[in-house]
Design a protein around this ligand. Structure first.
Ligand SMILES: [Zn+2]
Length: 319
C-alpha cells in the first residue's frame, strides 16, 4: 500500500534464506528472477494475461505509460488496485485503455465513510474493491457488512489480503495483525454475500489448506498465488497437488459443474494470476506460475483460465 516496492522485496525475499544476510545488511533489491531456476525459459504469451494484483504506485510519475508498454509486450490486462485518493487518474486511464486497465478501488475497511467511497467508485466505473488489508477487526466482523452488502448488490469482485502481512514500522507500535486476515474468514463473506466474487490474495500464506478447502466448497471464492509463496516453495511446487487435491477424484459439489469457469473439473481452476509486484517483475511471477503448472501437471486449458481466462470472463473483457 504505502511502498509497494519495499513490500515486494520484503515478501519476495523473506523466505530466501540464502540471500537474507546480504539483504538485511544492504537493504537493496534482490531481483525476483534471482530465485528462479536458471533453466527457466521465458514463456511466450499468445493469450491474454489478466493480473488481479497490480498496485497503482503514485510515486512513479510514468506508472500508467510504463504499464501500457508492459501490457503491449506481455499481452497483459491489469486489475489496478487504486487508493481512493488516486481514483480519478486511474478511472480516466481505464476509460482510455479498457483492454489494458480495469480499475479496482483500494479502500480502508475501517474508514467511517467507506460505503460512500464505494458508491462513488462504482459511479466512476470501478469494477470492484481491493486489496483489503491492515484491518482493525477480523474480515467477518459485522461492522464491515454494510460494505459487503453494497459489493454484493454490485456483484463486485473483492480482493482480500490473506495470511502473513509485512511489518511496516519496526520501531513504532502498530495495530496490524495477520490473524485478522485469515482465509477462513472469507468463507463467511462468500456465503452471506453470494454475489460477491471473493478473491483471496496470497492463498492464505501459510494456511494454504484452509484457503483451498474454502475455495473447493464455495463457487465464488478464488485465490491468487502472489507474495513469497512460489519463492518459498520453488523446490517443492508439486506439493500444491496435495493442497488442490480433488482434480482426479469423483468429488464435486452440486454446483460445481454449473459454476466452475469453463466447466473445468481441475482443482487448480480456483487459482487466478496475481503478481503483487513491481511492473518489471510481473513477467518473473508469470514464469513462477508456469513452473508450478509444470510441477503439478496442470492441463493447458486450466493454465489459460488461471492466467487470464477466468478473470477475463468474470470481468467481461473484450478479446
Ligand atoms: Zn496482500
Amino acid at each position: 500500500m504505502k511502498d509497494r516496492v519495499s513490500r515486494r522485496k520484503f515478501l519476495g525475499t523473506a523466505s530466501a534464506a540464502a540471500v537474507m544476510p546480504q539483504l538485511w545488511a544492504s537493504r537493496q533489491a534482490v531481483p525476483f528472477h534471482a530465485f528462479l531456476p536458471e533453466q527457466a525459459a521465458p514463456h511466450v504469451y499468445p493469450t491474454r494475461i489478466v493480473d488481479m494484483h497490480v498496485h497503482f504506485d503514485e510515486k512513479k510519475a510514468n506508472f500508467i505509460s510504463d504499464l501500457l508498454k508492459l501490457s503491449e509486450r506481455l499481452n497483459l490486462t491489469a486489475c489496478l488496485l487504486t487508493p481512493f485518493r488516486n481514483r480519478k487518474v486511474v478511472a480516466e486511464a481505464a476509460k482510455q485503455h479498457p483492454r489494458q486497465i480495469v480499475p479496482f478501488g483500494f479502500v480502508d475497511l475501517d474508514a467511517p465513510d467507506v460505503v460512500q467511497q464505494a458508491e462513488e467508485l462504482h459511479a466512476m466505473g470501478y469494477r470492484g474493491l481491493g486489496e483489503m488489508e491492515f484491518v482493525k477487526k477480523p474480515y467477518n466482523d459485522p461492522s464491515y457488512f454494510p460494505l459487503y452488502e453494497l459489493a454484493n448488490r454490485y456483484g463486485w469482485i473483492v480482493l482480500f489480503h490473506t495470511g502473513i502481512v509485512l511489518r511496516e514500522h519496526f520501531d513504532e507500535p502498530e495495530d496490524v495483525a495477520s490473524g485478522r486476515m485469515r482465509p477462513i474468514y472469507l468463507e463467511e463473506i462468500a456465503r452471506r454475500f453470494p454475489k460477491i466474487t471473493v478473491l483471496g490474495a496470497h492463498c492464505g500464506n501459510p494456511e494454504y489448506e484452509w484457503a483451498a478447502e474454502i475455495a473447493r466448497w464455495n463457487p465464488n471464492v478464488f485465490f491468487d498465488l502472489s507474495g513469497s509463496t512460489l519463492t518459498k516453495m520453488h523446490g517443492r511446487l508439486a506439493e500444491f497437488q496435495k493442497i488442490f487435491w480433488w482434480s482426479a477424484t469423483e468429488w464435486h459439489s452440486a454446483e460445481w459443474n454449473v459454476r466452475t469457469p469453463n466447466n473445468d473439473p481441475n482443482a487448480f481452476i480456483k487459482i487466478v494470476f496475481g503478481s503483487d509486484t513491481d511492473l518489471n517483475e510481473i513477467e518473473s511471477v508469470a514464469n513462477q506460475y508456469h513452473a508450478m503448472f509444470d510441477a503439478c501437471d496442470v492441463p493447458e486449458r486450466t493454465r489459460k483460465m488461471i492466467m487470464g481466462g477466468t478473470l477475463g470472463k468474470m470481468l467481461g473483457l473484450p478479446d
